[in-house]
Design a protein around this ligand. Sequence first.
Ligand code: GTP
Ligand code: MG
Length: 500
Amino acid sequence: MFSTSDTIVAIATPSGRGGLGVIRISGPDAARIACELIARDKPLKPRHATFARFSESRQATPSRQGMPSRPVTTGDHVVVTLFPAPSSYTGEHVVEVSAHGSPVVLSGIVRRAIEAGARLAEPGEFTLRAFLNGKLDLIQAEAVGDLIDAVTPLQARAAFDQLEGTLTAAIGAIEKELFDVVARLEASLDFPDEGYHFVAPQEARESLAGVIAGIDALLAQAARGRLIREGAQVAIVGAPNVGKSSLFNALLNANRAIVTAVPGTTRDLLTERADIGGLSLALIDTAGVRETTDIVEQEGVSRARDTLRVADLILVVLDRSRALEDDDRALLEETAAQPRVIVVNKCDLPAAWDARGLHPTTHSPRGGDPGLHPTTHSPRGGDPGLTPRGDGSEGSHPIVAISVVTGAGLDDLIAAIARTLSTEETLRDRPAITNLRHKVLLERARAALLQATTALEGSISEEFPLLDLQEAGHALQEITGRRTTDDLLQHIFKNFCIGK
Ligand SMILES: Nc1nc2c(ncn2[C@@H]2O[C@H](COP(=O)(O)OP(=O)(O)OP(=O)(O)O)[C@@H](O)[C@H]2O)c(=O)[nH]1
Ligand SMILES: [Mg+2]
């Protein structure tokens, strides 16, 4: 299904103008095609940058009276480098052509390479070939995609770790342990007269417990890893005019949403990616939640409510300069069971209430919201519950006082967002597992190992645990790509960009 017998070509740099643009050619004919591009008779010297002139036309037609001959062809000074197989990115002969980053010139070079026998590469095909040729395993190939897509330094670091083989090594160690148990059980099966001579069931169970512990250690980091790789959705909700859009703009550091003194300014959802506390978050600004007869606003409120259900974290914004109203209290109750940070805004203005006003017994007859309990906050009075810096005592619902106008408390809010979404280690340690595909397969391996352990307890034939162990082994091999299907490869590489 995936042929590597032809030669592929693509622009490797982003589309648009740039100082330099790079074209990559990979496959058996790469060197010959490169020589044709620059009309060179001698072979290219491996790993040597050759400065040359590219001219798109095969036979340059002399111009008449200074007018270029038709069709107009492109030309440029280029630097051509040959990386002979197998010491190249794809493991095949690879040529990189650096030209000036003009889309016209780069397309001209690609067109010329196709005329000379290359084919336009599919998305991710260079990395797919690297995988098929054994230069990378599947984890590393996926890490290449993650690294390119990374928008925060933490994402880039986690992807690079995987590219360097940290997860590959961890899976390898687990596979080795598993293989050891399988080998001993199989030996017992091959020499039935010896019974469990090669491994006693108890011993095999203990070994399997070690394998499962290894998997558990990886799985324990999976939630943090996923948060780093995929980020989280953070919805900003609140009554009209409390300063949601102002906060949205402040967190984005951009004047993205319209801010006015008129309640009901925001009517639709606005979503932007932001790097907040090292995490890549999708921030969502919503319409102020209130009862309204305006049809457009009603739709906005309904969308805001929908967002509440899907968001990973909710920032409930309250305005401290005016008394809390029913809309505010309703929202506090509505979001009580979800991960949230309560943002008390407009602290530059005289206070109309303080955190004691958030006491659940006062406003939430159903109670059950420990995060709002005033005793969990500073008892010093004055501005007790609004002490912005949390010491961890806020539980899962920190309350942070800010003023978007002065910028006070914004850093504390960012810290509270990162803390609520994750733990401090998320930002410090780098988890090995970030990819959902890997997590699912590890869970499958774990389930099969547990089943094998149970089968060993029954002390029936070794065949039963062996079948389960085989399944566990297959799941581990799927992670690294030693077992794979065309569908899976297609699914993984279709999300890559062309030229990678
Ligand atoms: N003094 C003061 N005013 C603020 C603060 N934050 C926002 N405002 C003002 O409050 C008004 C409403 O701000 P917005 O950001 O539009 O509020 P919103 O919650 O998005 O409002 P809707 O979209 O109508 O629901 C504007 O006049 C802001 O300038 C703050 O911290 N202090
Ligand atoms: Mg708004």
